[in-house]
Design a binder for this molecule. Structure first.
Ligand code: SAM
Length: 227
């Protein structure tokens, strides 16, 4: 995203008082300005049907701000296991007056809310153990409406240098306290494909490296319209 757009969105994460904690502001501004995730997801949702979006593991809800900034005002439901992030996401969403955006604190490995539309699952899978990943992929795919789309960004286990760089960074993010949950399991491409294809999605997979050293991939799963 452009630096000015990133700065504008990040202002919703400024503290109420000048002496408050600016961690979320600087994090959002830096991430929005540098991570190829947002252009990638915007591109993937661009020609998806105009139906509500469920964002599983939404963190601070940055995707909701990015979508609104690009004129997408469809209903957005973000959920995350981290109650603190959900509260901050709600605050920033209210401050930016995002229409039709809501957030829920929920463990996606235990249950997902009722939903039929598009689904996003961005940088979440590695925080779940292998059986929970397969279940979550199944549950997420079940919430993709006919004609609609599942958009996943994930790292993949392939023993490459990028794979190692990703694992080290994830562990550091946990150790410094940014990620409350530690990485549990890095899935490979086949473990990702099998449950999604079994659930009837047609998949496309492209690297989303940008200028980063990480092994990130964008996976787009389309559910065909019923014949
Ligand atoms: C790396 S962050 C990604 C946040 C957001 N998707 C983004 O791209 O900015 C991973 C998020 O997954 C959340 N998460 C991890 N395990 C989860 C679970 N079992 N249920 C829901 N959210 C979870 C974490 O709290 C964290 O906010």
């Amino acid at each position: 995203m452009g630096r000015e757009q990133a700065r504008r969105i990040a202002t919703a994460f400024l503290p109420a008082q000048w002496f408050g904690n600016r961690r979320d502001y600087y994090y959002s501004r830096g991430k929005l300005g540098s991570d190829p995730l947002y252009p990638g997801v915007l591109g993937a949702l661009n020609d998806a049907p105009a139906v509500p979006l469920l964002d599983i593991g939404c963190g601070l809800g940055l995707l909701a701000h990015v979508l609104r900034e690009h004129g997408n005002a469809l209903p957005y439901h973000g959920l995350d296991i981290d109650a603190g992030k959900v509260a901050r996401a709600e605050q920033a969403s209210a401050r930016a007056a995002l229409p039709q955006a809501r957030f829920t604190c929920m463990d996606a490995s235990a249950a997902l809310p009722a939903h039929l539309g598009n689904v996003a699952l961005l940088d979440v899978l590695q925080y779940l153990p292998a059986p929970a990943q397969a279940q979550l992929l199944h549950d997420a795919a079940a919430r993709v409406a006919p004609g609609a789309r599942l958009v996943i960004r994930t790292t993949l286990a392939d023993h490459s240098g990028r794979d190692h760089a990703t694992r080290i960074t994830d562990m550091l993010a946990h150790l410094v306290g940014w990620m409350g949950t530690r990485p549990r399991h890095y899935l490979d491409a086949e473990s990702l494909h099998t449950p999604l294809e079994t659930a009837g999605l047609h998949l496309r997979m492209t690297p989303l490296y940008g200028n980063t050293p990480f092994n990130n991939w964008l996976i787009v799963g389309d559910r065909p319209l019923a014949a």
